[in-house]
Each structure stands twice: as structure tokens, then as C-alpha cells.
Design a protein around this ligand. Structure first.
Ligand code: P71
Length: 471
């Protein structure tokens, strides 16, 4: 296989994307008030806003759609999905949901408790939102190295800091910690993996204190591939052996199947605890649909049953992880500061190191999102002062997040490395003229601060090379 370094698929169907002019893009940016979420997708040349629900399905998945059994109860498609999930997770009970956040909601209703702590590496927004509604205290205990976007490469920047976890347990008492949630890979700091050793040790510590462990498994296959590549003792294991061991350390897992499930919609709630299952099924019936479809069509269940298996295929994962690395390497060659090593589902550009002259209060990463779209029609997303900034409820002062990045999420099986070159070349040029850029001002937020990135409106401070015409 020495020469077989190209994609392990060939392309059967294509979707046209539009090339646009800079003047057009500047106009659309203005209309969207410089918010990527407010743009029309048809005006985007390469869309890297998310890797969620954007995968290309295989011919096997498209043909599986035709087998969809749309029976309300006891659908044949459910049992196929159940078997596929059991095979990869090694857990018995499966409740589908319409997407990941619905599984998060069910999980939060079962495991988050008012006034009690939910420890995580970095909780994803959708669980955090649910936890906050319940009144739980969601704390991020990722290792310090994972929080520092300029830290040297480390194989597992998604790991939970066991010392911090132990300290909280001893200070607050185990009865005040209702759950530990390990998100694999850790989305908010670069798609960084969690090691098997860390999952094992976190689980042992939690077990000692009777605290249940949940895995947020949106990117389970990418995490398993990193374990195989980077952790001693796993080099000769199959990806499924690794995923089953990962889940052997938890009671329950949630999954947004829009990522490593290689489908465009869907979620999963998976557990080994039959009491937990019963509650999950009741919540699913109220909020999602009957237990054997969970808000999805039979055809969606079919496509997911197949997609999960394709997602853990090692040849696919090798291509997948290497494409993201390819983009990271091209950017590094051009001096662009990124989180290293590159993670599973995208490249995260460090906004503060890219634009050191733009303070966090003027949204450096968001400015970079705007510059990248303006120059090349590429849409990325900010994970920084806009998405995770907040106002102190008492003083009204701005609170800024530790991670300040632009995420370039790479969709699965969608773009070629020529697309990656376009992104790298454009960012390289922007980096060359980085001093010309100035920051942005937030002029509209929307009613809920924690969701402001979807609705925010900005104005640009004029660039320093702008010509002022005197009258
Ligand atoms: C991503 C997304 C999609 C997203 C969701 C909300 C705000 C912005 C973007 C979704 C995840 C995720 C993890 C670890 C649960 C969900 C929710 N990620 N856990 O990265 O990454 O899943 O979208 O299917 O409801 O762009 P859902």
C-alpha cells in the first residue's frame, strides 16, 4: 500500500460550488453584518463553518436509504441501527434522537443536578446550555496544556486534569458531583484527543466515589484513531477494539451522529444501565418520538447503521486525519499560528497570535473569519470572544474565554486537498499583510448572550491602508 496515499474512494456525484468576486463578497459580508452564520451558503466557495451534518454519504448509505422501514413502532431499521451501535460501543441499550443536543438534553435531565457539579474536559455548548437550565455547575477541567493555544505539541490535549478533579471531590464532597463527562475528541480546543489512560484513570477515580461517567462521543472514531497512532499498546488493535474499550469505562454515551456517524442528521443515547434506559425512553417519547425511531425517519436509521461502520474503517480514518494534517502543515509552512498538533476535525488558527495588535475585546478571530471569506470565499467559524464571551452579571464587565481561535472545520469526504490549498494560500496572504487589519465592534447581540454568535452583528474598524479622501 506504499503508493496508495490518495483518498480511499472515488467520486460518483458532484455538487457545484460558486466562485465569486471580492466585491460581491464584501457586499454580502456587509449584508450579513460580518457574521458567518448570517451568510447564504450558496455564496460560500468552501464551507468550513462546521463538520456537523455536512458529510458526503457513500453509495452504500444511499442504497440503504431505500430499505428504510417507516413503521411507527418496531421498525426493522431500528434493529439494524441497534446492532451497529452495540458492535461499536459495546453497550446494550440504544435510544436514537433527532440530533446530538436531544441526547444531551436527555443525559442532562438524568445526570445533571441543581447546585451540583458536572466535571468535563471541555463541555460542549449544547450540554452546558442544558446543564445551566437545570441549575448544575458545569466545570471544564481539561489539562492546562489543552487550554493554552500556544502550548507545544502534546499527543492528548483533550485529557482531564485528574488533580483538579480530585481536589474538587475532596473540597466539595463526592455527593456534590453528579457526573463526569468526557468529550471525545475535545471540540472546543482543537479537536484534541483524550488518551485511553486518561479515560481509564478518570473513570477509576469517579467509580471510587460513585460518580457516573458519560462520554460525549460525537467524534469517537477520530479519537480512537489517535489512540491507535499515539498511545503505547494500541498500535495493533482494531479501531472497534479501541472504541469498545473506551466505552467500557463509562455508564452512558451520547453522540451527535452528524459527525463520525457520517450522516446529515441524528443523535444517539447509549447506555449499559437498564434503569437509565427506562428514563431515557420516557424522555424520548415526550420529546423525540417513539423509542424505535427517536425523531428520525427509518431511512435515517439505515444510513446511520452503515455510516457508523464506515466511520470506524481504518483506511477512511487515515485519509480523514491526514487531510486535516495536510491543511495544518501547509499553514505552518506559511508561518500561520495554529493549535498543534492538528486535531481530528479541523485546524484551529490562534486569533491572538495571528493578530497580536487586535485586543480580545475587538474580536481578533472573528476578524480573521471575515478576512478569509473576503479573500477566498472560505467560511470558517469563530470560537472565541464572541461565541464564548460573557458579561459579568454583577459588574457588567466583559469576561473573555481562554481559547481565542478561528476553527476551519473540514467536512468528511467532501473536499479535496486542492480545496485545502486554497484555504492555506489565502490565509498565508492575509498573514503577510496582517498589520493592516483592525478589529471589529459588536453592534448587536440578540436576546441570549450565550447564543449571540448566531445572531450577532458587527461593524469593522477601517483598515489602516484605507485611503481617506479629504473634502
Ligand atoms: C460543531 C457542532 C454543531 C454546533 C452545535 C451548536 C453550536 C454550534 C455548532 C455539535 C456537538 C458537538 C459535541 C461534542 C454535541 C454536539 C451537538 N457540534 N457534542 O462542532 O461537537 O450535536 O449539533 O447534533 O445537536 O460545529 P448536534
Amino acid at each position: 500500500m506504499r503508493f496508495m496515499t490518495a483518498e480511499p474512494f472515488r467520486i460518483k456525484m458532484v455538487e457545484r460550488v460558486k466562485k465569486t468576486t471580492k466585491a460581491e463578497r464584501q457586499q454580502w459580508l456587509k449584508e450579513a453584518r460580518y457574521n458567518a452564520f448570517q451568510m447564504k451558503a450558496e455564496n460560500v466557495y468552501i464551507d468550513c463553518i462546521t463538520d456537523s451534518g455536512t458529510s458526503a454519504m457513500s453509495s452504500e448509505q444511499w442504497s440503504a436509504l431505500m430499505l428504510g422501514d417507516e413503521s411507527y413502532a418496531g421498525s426493522k431499521s431500528f434493529y439494524k441501527l441497534e446492532e451497529s451501535v452495540q458492535d461499536i460501543f459495546g453497550m446494550q441499550f440504544v435510544q436514537p434522537t433527532h440530533q446530538g443536543r436531544a441526547a444531551d438534553y436527555i443525559m442532562a435531565r438524568i445526570y445533571a443536578k441543581p447546585g451540583k457539579y458536572a466535571i468535563g474536559n471541555m463541555h460542549f455548548d449544547t450540554f452546558r446550555g442544558n446543564a445551566e437550565v437545570i441549575g448544575a455547575l458545569a466545570v471544564d477541567y481539561v489539562d492546562d496544556i489543552g487550554k493554552d493555544t500556544a502550548s507545544p505539541p502534546h499527543p492528548f490535549k483533550g485529557n482531564i486534569d485528574l488533580k483538579k478533579m480530585e481536589k474538587l471531590i475532596s473540597e466539595k464532597g463526592a455527593e456534590n458531583i453528579s457526573v463526569v463527562i468526557i468529550t471525545v475528541t475535545c471540540n472546543n480546543n482543537g479537536g484534541q484527543p483524550v488518551s485511553m489512560q486518561n479515560i481509564r484513570e478518570v473513570s477509576a477515580l469517579a467509580k471510587k466515589h460513585n460518580i457516573p461517567v458519560v462520554i460525549d462521543a460525537a467524534r469517537l472514531a477520530e479519537n480512537a484513531y489517535f489512540i491507535k497512532q499515539r498511545e503505547e499498546g494500541y498500535e495493533n488493535k482494531t479501531i472497534k477494539e479501541i472504541t469498545r474499550e473506551m466505552f467500557s469505562y463509562c455508564e452512558t454515551a451520547t453522540m451527535s451522529s452528524k459527525k463520525d456517524g457520517l450522516v446529515n442528521i441524528g443523535g444517539l443515547f447509549v447506555t449499559r444501565n437498564d434503569e437509565v434506559l427506562k428514563v431515557a425512553q420516557q424522555l424520548a417519547i415526550v420529546h423525540e418520538g417513539f423509542i424505535t425511531y427517536g425523531g428520525l425517519a427509518g431511512r435515517d436509521l439505515e444510513a446511520l447503521a452503515v455510516g457508523l461502520q464506515e466511520g470506524v474503517d481504518e483506511q477512511y480514518l487515515e485519509y480523514r486525519i491526514n487531510q486535516v494534517k495536510y491543511l495544518g502543515d501547509r499553514l505552518k509552512e506559511k508561518g500561520v499560528p495554529i493549535i498543534e498538533p492538528t486535531g481530528g476535525h479541523g485546524v484551529y488558527v490562534d486569533g491572538r497570535r495571528f493578530f497580536p495588535h487586535i485586543p480580545q475585546s475587538e474580536f481578533p478571530s472573528q476578524r480573521l473569519v471575515v478576512a478569509l471569506y473576503e479573500e477566498a470565499g472560505v467560511r470558517a467559524v469563530e470560537i472565541g470572544a464572541c461565541a464564548f464571551g460573557a458579561k459579568d452579571p454583577l459588574t457588567g464587565e466583559d469576561i473573555f474565554p481562554e481559547v481565542e481561535v478561528m476553527r476551519i472545520a473540514v467536512s468528511r469526504r467532501v473536499y479535496t486537498n486542492s480545496h485545502m490549498d486554497v484555504i492555506a494560500n489565502a490565509l498565508g496572504e492575509i498573514y503577510q499583510k496582517r498589520e493592516q487589519y483592525r478589529g471589529m465592534k459588536l453592534v448587536y447581540e440578540g436576546p441570549i448572550t450565550s447564543l449571540r454568535h448566531f445572531t450577532a452583528g458587527f461593524e469593522l474598524f477601517p483598515q489602516t491602508n484605507a485611503v481617506t479622501i479629504e473634502v
